[in-house]
Design a protein around this ligand. Structure first.
Ligand code: ATR
Length: 273
């Protein structure tokens, strides 16, 4: 069997082995997918060793996505812009290729699973860290009318605007602090890690209108802190990142195997855990 794995630290809670093994049984692909905990200080050795042993592909998660990007010999265009990689594989010449499927996963979940088009819409993105940088390219490729990046540290949002200006096309791209946006957006995407501490980005409730779509890139068994806040402000279309998690995995699976799994039954199964 071809061997795949997800590498992170910690890794025991990763859902990737479960997701990929469900994909494999559903599509009849013969593969094994495991979880590897790399030492904090030796991602490179762990990844290199895996491929030397004949491994076919790696997913990479916290805290190694940037190291994976640095380790690669070549990067796809979307990985280049993302500055981080969640997917590694070797090409025919044995060169290590880095890709990033997170943004594709987010966009596919919004558009295909939830029926929400991004084209021509006004989008507010909260946060300006690695998670947000990873998804901006694919969001902009959908040609929203406007994209506002709000962050606690405004300079980081401004840096992302500079970095993505060249791929923004006709989209108006702006940076600001959390307190600034005060009118309703069509779509609000929370990409901060604030919920991890049970915190909320201190954004005005006025950004939520009757039809605003809320998307928290985080996923947890209970409603996320951000989504609960949005519901309390009257939002009705509120989604978490479970679909994104499964869709980014599906995109990696498709890259490695050339087969597109059906994500719906996998999302449903994980939701019912
Ligand atoms: P990740 O890989 O999850 O993006 P990161 O690169 O450390 O991690 O970025 C974390 C993001 O969440 C940043 O936008 C951070 O804001 P700052 O850039 O100002 O640090 C944001 N964040 C983290 N904790 C937060 C909190 N308690 N309130 C608001 N924003 C928070």
């Amino acid at each position: 069997n071809d061997l795949y794995a997800v590498v992170g630290n910690p890794i025991s809670h990763s859902k990737s082995p479960r997701i990929h093994n469900l994909f494999a049984s559903q599509t009849g692909e013969q593969l094994e997918y495991t979880a590897i905990q790399a030492p904090e200080d030796d991602f490179a050795g762990t990844a290199t060793g895996f491929f030397q042993r004949g491994g076919k592909g790696l997913n990479v998660t916290v805290p190694f996505k940037q190291e994976a990007w640095e380790l690669a010999d070549r990067r796809t265009e979307r990985a280049q812009l993302a500055g981080a990689a969640n997917t590694l594989y070797q090409d025919r010449e044995g060169l290590l290729i880095a890709d990033n499927t997170d943004g594709k996963g987010l966009v596919t979940d919004l558009t295909a699973n939830h029926g929400i088009s991004l084209a021509g819409r006004r989008i507010l993105v909260l946060g300006a860290g690695g998670a947000v940088r990873g998804v901006l390219g694919p969001i902009l490729a959908e040609k929203p009318a406007a994209l506002v990046i709000a962050n606690r540290t405004v300079a980081k949002a401004e840096a992302l605007v500079t970095l993505f200006a060249a791929v923004a096309g006709d989209t108006s791209l702006d940076a600001c602090g959390f307190e600034q946006p005060c009118e309703p957006f069509d779509i609000i995407i929370n990409g901060t890690s604030a919920s991890l501490q049970g915190d909320l980005p201190p954004v005005s409730a006025n950004v939520i209108g009757a039809d605003t779509v809320i998307y928290d890139m985080m996923y947890s068994l209970q409603t996320t802190t951000f989504n609960q806040w949005a519901l309390d402000q009257g939002a009705t279309r509120v989604f978490d990142g479970l679909g994104m998690l499964v869709e980014q995995a599906a995109e990696s699976f498709r890259l490695w195997r050339g087969v597109s799994p059906d994500t719906r039954p996998v999302i449903d199964e994980l939701r019912n855990d």
